[in-house]
Design a protein around this ligand. Structure first.
Ligand SMILES: O=C(O)CCC(=O)C(=O)O
Length: 288
């Protein structure tokens, strides 16, 4: 387990985020990145009516075995266990890729706003840099302590250059209080589901690649409406609000693709609640 004496837990609790935790060596990062880029080279068309970019952006762990494996990385789970306790599920595995020269950004938001999890403290994102995620490359910025408040009002922008599904944004964030969380390749940040965060354009000459794994505890959906799915990754998962996944059978296995569709339909209903236009769930040609 990462040593709580290193201060990462007290930083996380005080600020709602912590950055710079060492997870993968440079060689491990290169191997992971190469697997991602091989998938891009060989399977950009995706499968089952979804292109690869959509799988990368949402729930890739349902159909890509390698992404499910990454959600079980012991050193990541050790760090997350320090925050959430011994019983853990991975709710989503996502890749945030900003190509050099693209105008993609992420507006100020709190993750759990539209996830149907209420205002829980029991969700955390482990975000691992698979490239040099410097300030220049558009690393995340956070507002320290913002997780201590409630969910703020978000406005939908549906901006095509926004990587969020609704382009949702919190108005009036005092950016003078923002703290950047640059990460070297292989380093991780953890952020709380109510911590305000955003990220800017990638001005570097390399792709900026982040692997975001969203972890929850069994208790999170006990009082939430509707269905949702997650992958048990550590400890004991008592009967609760989650439909549990075992992980994909093989890359793009037809049964897993069918499950992917069901999960997307369920989550899309939750994510779209209150929106004035349809929420694309990152499908090709729709607002990302
Ligand atoms: O990768 C980014 O720039 C933003 C990621 C993010 O908002 C998240 O992981 O919650």
């Amino acid at each position: 387990m990462l040593d709580p004496g290193q201060g990462y837990l007290s930083d996380y609790r005080r600020n709602g985020f912590v950055a710079g935790l060492p997870i993968f060596t440079r060689a491990e990062v290169a191997a992971i990145r190469s697997r991602i880029e091989t998938l891009e080279a060989d399977h950009s068309e995706g499968a089952g009516g979804h292109d690869l970019a959509q799988f990368f952006r949402v729930n890739g762990h349902v159909v890509i075995p390698f992404l499910a494996e990454l959600a079980r990385t012991p050193v990541v789970l050790d760090a997350v266990e320090g925050v959430l306790g011994p019983d853990l599920l991975a709710w989503s595995v996502e890749l945030f890729i900003k190509e050099p020269g693209s105008m993609k950004t992420v507006s100020w938001h709190q993750d759990i706003t539209y996830w149907g999890m209420g205002e829980t403290d029991d969700e955390v994102t482990a975000w691992i840099a698979l490239s040099d995620v410097s300030v220049e490359a558009g690393c995340m910025r956070f507002i320290p302590g913002s997780h201590k408040g409630s969910i703020a009002r978000h406005e939908d922008t549906f901006d095509a250059d926004n990587l969020l599904s609704r382009g949702q944004a919190i108005a009036g964030v005092d950016e003078t209080k923002a703290v950047a969380g640059p990460l070297r390749p292989g380093e991780m940040s953890l952020h709380h589901g109510r911590c305000f965060h955003a990220s800017g354009v990638n001005y570097s000459s390399d792709r900026r690649i982040g692997l975001a794994i969203r972890y929850v505890t069994p208790a999170v959906r006990d009082h939430a409406p509707g269905r949702d799915w997650a992958l048990p990754v550590r400890g004991e998962i008592p009967a609760g609000g989650w439909d549990c996944l075992a992980g994909p059978r093989a890359l793009f296995h037809p049964a897993d693709l069918a499950l992917y569709d069901r999960i997307l339909a369920g989550q899309s209903a939750t994510l779209s609640e209150g929106a004035e236009q349809s929420v694309g769930m990152y499908a090709k040609g729709e607002a990302k």
